[in-house]
Design a protein around this ligand. Structure first.
Ligand code: CP
Length: 304
């Protein structure tokens, strides 16, 4: 039995198989309409979500399976003080697989150590979000045609953005990846990622503050929201929240085939006028999240 806690819990070749399967689903979704008949997915969400929870649920329904779960800690017995360990012991007898989102870093890992069913980390605090990373990789592979030889810019809240941390970890395993990390000093990528991922793997990267100046070199621009819920101090959030706003004018500095990704939800960091630019693929990216989660559920339940 395999759990997915970190994006590197799948080897590069397993990831390649997952993305190939996702693309097969895109081309022929009906082929997989019944493969999870009689199986149940539990979604245990202790933090708000739209895309991750509903795309997991849509994925299982698309595979002919069933879903159960809760969408907030308040509507579960966590509100009465139940531990994640006890919850997962119980859920293991109710479902065949579960996706768990939790504000505390490491909570899905703890759950996996008590679980008798596969546990998927659906986002843990400011740490990791592996299924978002699989979605991002599918988007890049499908729309750009490759996962190597890319200059990828990450812009915004690189400190608290778990999707950024996970995607950097995953990209570090591909050939000829250059990173441009665009943030103010206060929202830099954490030191452990710079040291343990980027320097250890000899990934070339630069840290800059100016988005406009960085645009011409990028193949992918990964925009992120400033993560209000992770700030200790509201004044800091208000000062930093609109530091980057991608608009049509800034897009004129980008390559004609640069792609703009964003894990969503968006607040102000991409002006809605950019949505009509063919290079803006964040809504397509959210759609791809369903296919990659269908593929992941099938792989973990070994139903193929
Ligand atoms: N991208 C993402 O994790 O979105 P949700 O918070 O809506 O699940």
């Amino acid at each position: 039995m395999k759990h997915i806690i970190s994006p590197t819990d799948l080897s590069v070749s397993e990831l390649s198989e997952l993305l190939d399967l996702s693309e097969e689903i895109i081309l022929n979704p009906k082929k997989f309409a019944d493969v999870c008949r009689g199986k149940k997915l539990a979604t245990l969400f202790y933090e708000p979500s739209t895309r991750t929870r509903l795309s997991f649920e849509a994925a299982m329904l698309n595979l002919g399976g069933n879903i159960l779960g809760f969408s907030s800690a308040d509507s579960s017995s966590a509100a009465k003080g139940e531990s994640v360990a006890d919850t997962i012991r119980v859920i293991s007898s109710y479902a065949d697989i579960c996706a768990i989102r939790h504000p505390k870093e490491g909570a899905p890992y703890v759950a996996s150590t008590y679980s008798t069913i596969p546990v998927i980390n659906a986002g843990d605090g400011g740490h990791n979000h592996p299924t978002q990373t699989f979605t991002d990789l599918l988007t890049i592979k499908n729309l750009k045609g490759r996962l190597n030889n890319l200059t990828v810019g990450f812009c915004g809240d690189l400190k608290f953005g778990r999707t950024v941390h996970s995607l950097i970890n995953a990209l570090a395993r591909y050939e000829n990846i250059n990173l441009v990390l665009i943030s103010p000093e206060e929202l830099r990528v954490p030191a452990y990622i710079r040291e343990e991922v980027l320097k250890t793997n000899n990934i070339p990267y630069t840290e800059v503050r100016d988005l406009e100046a960085a645009m011409p070199s990028l193949d992918i621009l990964y925009m992120t929201r400033v993560q209000k819920e992770r700030f200790f101090n509201e004044e800091d959030y208000i000062r930093l929240k609109d530091i980057y706003i991608l608009d049509d004018k800034k897009m004129t500095f980008a390559k004609k085939d640069m792609l703009v990704l964003h894990p969503l939800p968006r607040v102000n960091e991409i002006a809605t006028e950019v949505d009509d630019d063919p290079r803006a693929v964040y809504f397509k990216q959210a759609e791809f999240g369903v296919y990659v989660r269908m593929a992941l559920i099938m792989k973990l339940l070994e139903v193929l």
